[in-house]
Each structure stands twice: as C-alpha cells, then as structure tokens.
Design a binder for this molecule. Structure first.
Ligand SMILES: [Fe+2]
Ligand SMILES: [Fe+2]
Length: 468
C-alpha cells in the first residue's frame, strides 16, 4: 500500500478508501493535538525544531529531516509492508496463516495488549514535559522533542488498531488514552513506572536507556503476533525506537565520559565540587531505573503470558531464532526467587515463565551498554554494574523481599540501613538538580555532560537544532 501524505493523516493503510474509519480518526485528531498542547512539552511549542518525520516505510529513506513546529508535526499511521504468506510462528496456531482480521475469540486479550502498550506512549511525553526548561544543549533538546513526537506517533499506531479493528469499545479505549494522565491521582497511567515525573536529565537518559528498552522488548514480542496488523505496526515502531535507545545509551555514556574526565583532571573520585556527577551517584540512579524497569515485565510466573503465547498473540524475543517446538510442550524454565533467606531457583513450566524469558533477554541487552560505559572509566578503579534482579522490586517473586544490589537477602531494617548506598539520596537529587541549568547556545554543552561525537543526520554538533 502506497504512502498517502496528502490528507490530514499521513498513512499507508488506505484511509482514503475507508471513509468511516477516516472520519473517526479525524475526530480523534484534534483531541490529540489539544492533549499535545496541554500535556506535551511545556516550552518551545512555537519554535522550529529540526525533526525527523516518518514519510515512508522502505528500508532506505523512510524519514525526512527538517524544521517543524511540534504542534504541526505530521503524525502518521505506518505499517511495515506485509510479508507474503506470513504464518503464525508459535503457539497452538503455529503454521496457520497470520490473521488479517481480528480473531473474535482473542478480542479481549488483544485489546488489552494494545491498550497497555498504547498507554505508555503518551505517558512518557507527559513525564518528560518540563525537561525542555533545563536541557544541557540544543542537541539534547532536539533529541528530547524527537522522542516526544515519536511517542506521540506510537500512540497513533495503537489508536489506529483500536479504531480499525475493535469497533465501539476500541474507540472508547482510544478516547481513554487521552483521559488517563501520568501521575493523575484519579486516572493514572496503567503501569507504575509511567506515573513518576522525569525530573532531571540524568533520570531522562537512564529512562530512555532502561525504560524505553522495555518498550523495545515489548514491541519485539508483539511483532511476533499472529495478528498481522499488530505485528506490522510494531515492526515499524521499532525503527523509531532505535533512536530512543541511542539517546539513552549515548546520553549516559557522555555523562560517564565527563565524570571520568573530571576525575582525571582533579585526581579525585569526588567530582561533585567541580560540577560533575560522581560514579556512586550514577550507580544509585542506575539501580533505581533498572529495578523499576524490571517491574514492567510483570510477574515471573504468569498464566496471562502463557495464554497470550499459546493463542499466538505475543511471542518471545526473536521467536524464529529459538531452537525448540515454538509451543513449549513440557518445557521448563529455572526461575530465581527468594528462598529461606537466600536466592534459590524453581523450575516452572516454560509457558508460564515467558515474562521472565523476555526480561532475561532485556537484561542481557542492558548489560551491553553498561560494559561500554565502563570503558570510559578504565583506569579509575571504578565501574558501573547492573544490580541483582531481586533488588528494589515491587512486582513478582522478589516483591516484599529485601535484596541488596549484590543479591543478598536482608531483614527489612538491615536493608533500610543500607538503602542510602544503593538508591538515590536526597543529597544526590539536590546535587543533580543544581546542575540542571539550561544551555541554549548552539554547540555549547552543560558542564556535567560531554559533547557527542557527531551531530544528527550529518549536521555538525554546533548546528542550531532548535531555532530560538
Ligand atoms: Fe514508543
Ligand atoms: Fe520509545
């Protein structure tokens, strides 16, 4: 299906040929823009920002770069091209043709999957809305806004599925996406981690590294779905998500680089007096963001996850590369958990352990970035690491237990006594807050973060990524 960029809603799903659907989405659009103006970025809405807009779906040249004012961004609906004769890759329908229309018996489950994924997209925009006030550079400011508009487009992707395939209740769910708000006491966002405001840029970089990465893994497992429109929309979203991963990984890397530079220059581990962020503080922030992101995967043992898999709705990460029956008949998985004062392991049916399976792949992916960050710390005697999976958990088998970053189970009071060494302290937060002074001069960067090695889309680092 060709890309239609002429109508109010750019799309490659043939909206012009479906007047009912087009009208429904055109009614939703002004409400989306109103939401964007009210709860999107709280500054620079009227400025030109050098943004990437999705204009095509091809392997090359799917994006256009140019100046645009954010409320005028062309949020579109793009599905990756259909794979000819695609079959369902796992579960009890394995080998059957992928569903082009919603399978009636899985309507409620699929709606739930689409709603939970969709809800996270506007939530992150809301969480990050004040960060533009304290950006460490125009380069970073632009990257923030790029991710914000793309999370907006990801909401469009899910709202399209709701409108196109779920009838009346789908339209209601699409409306509710704009009625729940991050941190709203009455109508909060669905998942816990999406109700905390992102207060500073260190948190933001760690959020994009760890929490957006949860998004990447959820999208990758939904891309395996037997429901082909969901699979194709997630496949395209993953193209955009790659940039979000980059912003997190390179953002943290630049903070670490600057810290290491200050450590060498002043021959000390305590770079706070010199306007840097100490490795110990970075570690505590990392511990927090990683542990709350692990909670997003849900309980280790989950009958929902088993049912989604058996039904062919949500697969595993890189399902096709797994060398097993893709049904998990009789297979078991060893799942860690607290056991009589230490960490043990139980074997559970692999089908029920799929949240854990996805989380394990996620952890391996997270570890790669940490190893890269540590290269900048070589020779300092310090390093960053991922805390134990049981640390600071609110969801799953570790919830209610007190596990240190090293994986030692403690009584509650001993854990509470140790917590200031493991989670951001008031002192950490006030120091980081004190560093959040905006730098809006092209090519200049705040003192707590190194400049990037290259600009965006072959533009120089000192390019005016936001016109002031
Ligand atoms: Fe997203
Ligand atoms: Fe994202």
């Amino acid at each position: 299906m060709a890309v239609d960029f002429t109508g109010r809603i750019p799309n490659n799903v043939g909206l012009a040929d479906d007047q009912r659907l087009l009208r429904a989405l055109e009614r939703w659009q002004p409400r989306f823009v109103e939401w964007w103006r009210e709860l999107g970025p709280s500054v620079f809405q009227a400025n030109d920002v050098y943004l990437r807009t999705a204009v095509d779906i091809g392997q090359e040249g799917w994006a256009h770069f140019g100046y645009v004012k954010m409320p005028d961004y062309r949020w579109g609906i793009f599905l990756s091209p259909p794979l000819p004769d695609r079959v369902i890759g796992f579960g009890e329908h394995r080998g059957q043709p992928a569903w082009q229309d919603l399978p009636g018996e899985y309507r409620a489950d699929l709606r739930r999957l689409v709603v939970v994924q969709g809800d996270t997209e506007p939530a992150s925009v809301e969480q990050q809305r004040h960060l533009g006030r304290t950006a460490p550079s125009l380069y970073d400011l632009r990257n923030l806004f790029q991710i914000n508009v793309e999370e907006g487009r990801h909401l469009w992707a899910m709202v399209y599925l709701l409108h196109a395939h779920f009838g009346r209740d789908g339209r209601d769910e699409a409306d509710a996406m704009l009625e729940r708000h991050s941190g709203d006491p009455d109508r909060p966002r669905i998942l816990g981690a999406f109700n905390e405001p992102t207060t500073d840029w260190l948190s933001y970089f760690l959020f994009t590294y760890f929490t957006d990465r949860d998004g990447k893994f959820q999208l990758a497992s939904l891309r395996e779905s037997g429901f082909d429109p969901l699979s194709r929309t997630c496949d395209f979203m993953l193209k955009e998500e790659a940039h979000h991963m980059f912003v997190g990984a390179s953002g943290v890397a630049r903070v670490v680089e600057r810290t290491a530079e200050l450590m060498r220059a002043h021959d000390t581990d305590d770079v706070a007096p010199y306007g840097g962020i100490n490795v110990a503080t970075l570690q505590r922030y990392l511990n927090f963001h990683y542990s709350v992101s692990l909670d997003l995967f849900g309980g280790e043992a989950s009958t929902n996850a088993a049912n989604y898999y058996t039904a062919g709705l949500k697969g595993r990460y890189n399902e096709a590369s797994r060398e097993d029956d893709h049904r998990l008949d009789g297979a078991t998985t060893a799942v860690p958990g607290p056991e009589g004062g230490s960490i043990g392991e139980t074997h559970v049916p692999a089908l029920t352990a799929l949240n854990f399976d996805l989380r394990r792949d996620y952890t391996a992916d997270c570890a790669k970035g940490v190893a890269r960050w540590n290269r900048a710390l070589a020779g300092t005697g310090l390093e960053l690491r991922l805390p134990h999976e049981g640390f600071n958990r609110r969801v799953g088998v570790f919830a209610g237990h007190h596990v240190t970053p090293d994986g030692v189970v403690l009584p509650p009071d001993a854990w509470a006594a140790g917590a200031p060494a493991w989670l951001p302290t008031d002192e950490d937060r006030s120091h980081v807050a004190s560093l959040m002074q905006p730098v809006y001069e092209p090519g200049r960067f705040a003192g707590w973060v190194a400049a990037p090695s290259a600009g965006i889309n072959a533009r120089p680092v000192e390019f005016a990524y936001v016109e002031l």
